[in-house]
Design a protein around this ligand. Sequence first.
Ligand code: NAD
Ligand code: GLY
Length: 360
Amino acid sequence: MQKLLVSLGERSYTIQIGSGTLSSLGELCSELALGSTAAIVTNSTIGKFYSQAVQASLGNAGYITHLIEIPDGEAHKNSVTLNRIYDALLDAGLGRDSFLVALGGGVVGDITGFAAATFLRGIPFVQVPTTLLAQVDSSVGGKTGINHALGKNLIGSFYQPSMVLIDTETLTTLPDREYLSGLAEVLKYGIVCDRDFFVFLENNVENLRKRDLTCLKEVIRISCSRKASVVERDEKEGGYRAVLNFGHTYAHAIERLTNYTSFLHGEAVAIGMVQAAKLSELKGYADRHDTALIINLLKSLGLPVDLVPFPVDQYYQALLKDKKMRSQGINFVFNKGIGDSVIENVSDWDFLLQVVRGEV
Ligand code: NAD
Ligand code: GLY
C-alpha cells in the first residue's frame, strides 16, 4: 500500500492507495482510534459491490456498523437526502464516539462529508472513493456539501477527512464513461502543474484505455500528491487552489446549456480544457503546439474536445452565471505551456467568447 500525507497541521491525514485495500479499512480506523461505531454511507449501485467487504473489515476490527443507502445520482445530492442521513444516524443512536465512512463517488463523498461536518457539531469521517474522479480529486481536500435549487455545491463546508482509503480494484466495476470522465481531471494535473506527468500520461495511453491497475495506481498516486500540494498551499481556496478549476469555466457553461443531461462533468471539463488552452494561446501563455498536445491526448483517450454549438449570446449568459464570477469578471485559469498555470481576472467578454465564435 502506498501512503501519502496531506499536511494540514492538526487536520493532517493520510491517503492510502493500493489494490484490495478495502479489507484493511477496519484496522486502519483502529490505528486512528476512530470511535466505536461506524455508519457507512453509500448507494445501492456501489453498495451491492462493496458494502459487504467494508462492513466485514470494520466488524473484524471490533466496530459496530450501520449501513445507510442513499439514492444514486447528482440529483439526490440535496437537503432531502442529507436529512435522511441525519435521521438514520439519530435512529441508530449514534453519538460523538462514532464516525462516518463515505463509500462511493463524489456525490456520496460530498454529502457524507457534509453530514459528518454538521452532525453533533462534527464527527470524524473517512473517504473510501470508488470512482476515478473521487480517487484523484473529490475525496482529497475537504470540500464537502450539497446542491441547492439555485445551483450546484452552494451549501457546504471545508471539513477534512481523517483518512482517504483508495482501493484501485473498485475501478473494475466502474462504467466506461465514468472512468473516462475521471481521466479528464487526471490530465488537468499534468496541464496545470506537472509536465512530466503529462508526458507519462501520453506514454501510457494504451494502459489507461485498458485500465491497467498498475498504471492506474501510479496515476492516482501522482494525482493525489498534486492535489495534496495545492490544498496544503491554499486549503480554503483563498487563491491558488482555483488552478484546479482549469477548464471548468466552459465546462460549467456547457453543462448549464445542456441542462446537465448530455455530458458527464469530466467530459465537459475535457471540452472546457481545450477552450482554456486556446485562450491561453491567444494570451501568449502557450503556443499552438501545446494546444495540439492537449487535444491529441484527450482524443486518444476517447474524450470529447469540440465545443457544443450554441449561439454566442447563450454562451455569454451561461458564462455570466459562473460561480467564479467576480464583480469585474471571471477568474480564469490559463495554462502556461504544459505543466504551469496562472489565474487572471478576465472581464473582456469578447476575448472569452472568441472560442465560441470560432476565431481561434
Ligand atoms: P458519482 O458519485 O455520481 O458516481 C458516478 C456513478 O458511478 C454513480 O452512478 C455511482 O453510483 C457509480 N459508481 C461509483 N463507484 C462505482 C464503482 N466502483 N462501480 C460501479 N459504479 C460506481 O460521480 P463522481 O464523478 O464520482 O462525482 C461527481 C460529484 O463530485 C459531483 O457532485 C461534484 O460536485 C463532486 N466533486 C467534488 C469535488 C470536491 O472537491 N469535493 C471535486 C470534484 C467533484
Ligand atoms: N476540485 C476542486 C477542488 O477541490 O478545489
